[in-house]
Write a new protein. Structure first.
Length: 485
């Protein structure tokens, strides 16, 4: 394929532009010819109309003058004079439109008249019309008193209107018609020439421009077809490889899932055996406490008990995670009043909060929810423990709130807050945000991971909002129990 921007492509683009320009010029020429023909036709029709009206007015004025000669009634003569004045004004205005001297009150000029039509020759038409109009004005002026017998102006009007003047007006119309027909023939020849030129241009464009372009496009499509066939062959090979790799990955994934479930089942069923050594250590530690001991031994015993407590919390958390992943935990939903649960947890954690100098408060509520009581208690317990663990001053508030038509159990703390980039990581296993002053025996980073798995098992969405330096709110959405009518 010829890439865009090469000399060949630019030359084809230039030829295509030239072809379009020539077609546009031919179309424009045809449009101009059509407009001129229409204008010429309109002008000829208007000339014929005005000149025909002028001939009619010349005969009408002659008839009115003839009536004035023989009308003895003054009132009738006044009416005839008025009508004669109107006809004379229209006759004169029509003449000015034809000879190109029309004023604003006469109407539009009909264009330049034929050469020497109005002012050339031994008896110019302008002079003839002027004498005729002057004679008419004289008759109009004398009409109220009655035309005198043998009035020259009246005889002049009647003799001219039906004789020389009428012949000259006929000649004028014939000349205008000849001029219009000549213009029609000229425009017809020009239009024919424009048509022939346009057709020749199209033929030249078809041979010189469009034929090479068509051949080039056909070659391009042939090349594209070859490339498409090659791509389809490559795609078929790639699809086969993808299917093979997908099968391998699926088998590996299935094996990993089976191993993971086996591990989880092992840990879930081995909890009793794993707890026995810890219980023995606890028993031995209790026996040591009852023995007399030195100050150094008492300090070692304290450290041993702290290590034992951390090991027990770690083992319990790991076993709980394993049970959730192995699928041996099944929710047992029931209607649960929240107020007793929150009161119980407030009493349970009051001593731990007081030891850190924190305020712990559970807001009373009358809400009843639908959930597994034990699993929901575990979620709220972990959230309260996590809030107390990471709050140094202030307090922890537990309560319910309706947002967006749903009920949320929320745990507020006044801790240092969580950065936005860490708000998803905190629900992963063994993730603890950096805090140099934290006592490493306080937690192992599984509390929120357990919350996330329990909430997912129950279908209760968990959300977190936080402002660094001000505190954090953990929320779990719980469905309300159905009310009985």
């Amino acid at each position: 394929m010829i890439p865009i921007g090469t000399t060949t492509a630019r030359w084809m683009t230039l030829r295509y532009g030239i072809a379009l320009a020539l077609i546009a010029l031919g179309t424009l020429a045809g449009f101009v010819m059509t407009e001129r023909v229409m204008g010429q036709h309109e002008r000829m029709l208007e000339v014929v109309n005005v000149s025909g009206r002028q001939r009619m007015l010349s005969q009408r004025t002659a008839l009115l003058v003839e009536q004035l000669k023989h009308d003895p009634d003054p009132a009738s003569r006044a009416d005839l004079a008025r009508r004669l004045a109107e006809a004379t004004d229209m006759f004169e205005a029509a003449h000015r439109r034809l000879n190109g001297r029309a004023g604003p009150e006469d109407g539009p000029v009909l264009g330049p008249p034929p050469r020497n039509l109005f002012s050339g020759g031994p008896d110019p038409l302008d002079a003839l019309v002027a004498r005729h109009v002057a004679a008419l004005r004289a008759v109009i002026a004398a009409a109220p008193a009655g035309l005198p017998s043998g009035m020259a102006e009246a005889d002049y009007v009647t003799s001219q209107a039906l004789g020389p003047l009428l012949d000259r007006l006929e000649t004028m119309v014939a000349l205008y018609q000849q001029e219009g027909e000549a213009g029609f023939h000229s425009l017809h020849r020009m239009g024919l020439a424009a048509l022939i030129l346009t057709l020749l241009t199209l033929v030249a464009e078809a041979l010189v421009i469009f034929r090479p372009m068509t051949r080039h496009v056909r070659d391009q499509f042939t090349e594209i077809a070859r490339m498409t066939e090659a791509i389809e062959r490559a795609n078929a090979t790639l699809e086969q490889q993808v299917r093979e790799r997908t099968a391998e990955l699926h088998a590996a994934k299935t094996a990993a899932e089976q191993a993971h479930r086996a591990k989880s089942r092992f840990l879930a069923h081995a909890s009793h055996d794993l707890h026995q050594p810890l219980q023995a250590i606890g028993m031995f530690t209790g026996m040591l406490e009852r023995q007399s001991q030195t100050a150094k031994a008492a300090a070692l015993l304290t450290d041993l008990k702290a290590a034992q407590r951390s090991m027990r919390d770690l083992l319990n958390a790991i076993l709980e995670i394993s049970k959730l992943e192995s699928g041996v935990v099944s929710p047992k939903p029931a209607d649960l009043a929240l107020s007793p649960l929150l009161d119980q947890l407030e009493a349970e954690f009051a001593g731990l909060a007081e030891a850190k100098g924190l305020r712990l408060r559970a807001v009373p509520t009358e809400v009843t929810v639908r959930s597994d009581p034990a699993l929901l208690e575990r979620i709220v317990r972990n959230l309260i423990a996590n809030a107390i663990r990471y709050t140094e001053e202030g307090g922890v508030l537990v309560g319910c709130r309706r947002r967006g038509g749903r009920l949320w159990i929320e745990v507020y703390d006044t801790g240092r807050g969580i950065a936005e980039t860490d708000r998803r990581r905190i629900f992963e296993e063994f993730v603890q945000l950096d805090r140099p002053d934290r006592d490493r025996s306080e937690g192992i980073g599984l509390g929120l991971a357990i919350v996330e798995r329990l909430a997912r098992l129950l279908g209760h969405p968990v959300a977190v909002r936080s402002v660094e330096g001000k505190g954090t709110v953990f929320s779990v959405c719980v469905p309300e129990a159905a009310t009985v009518a």
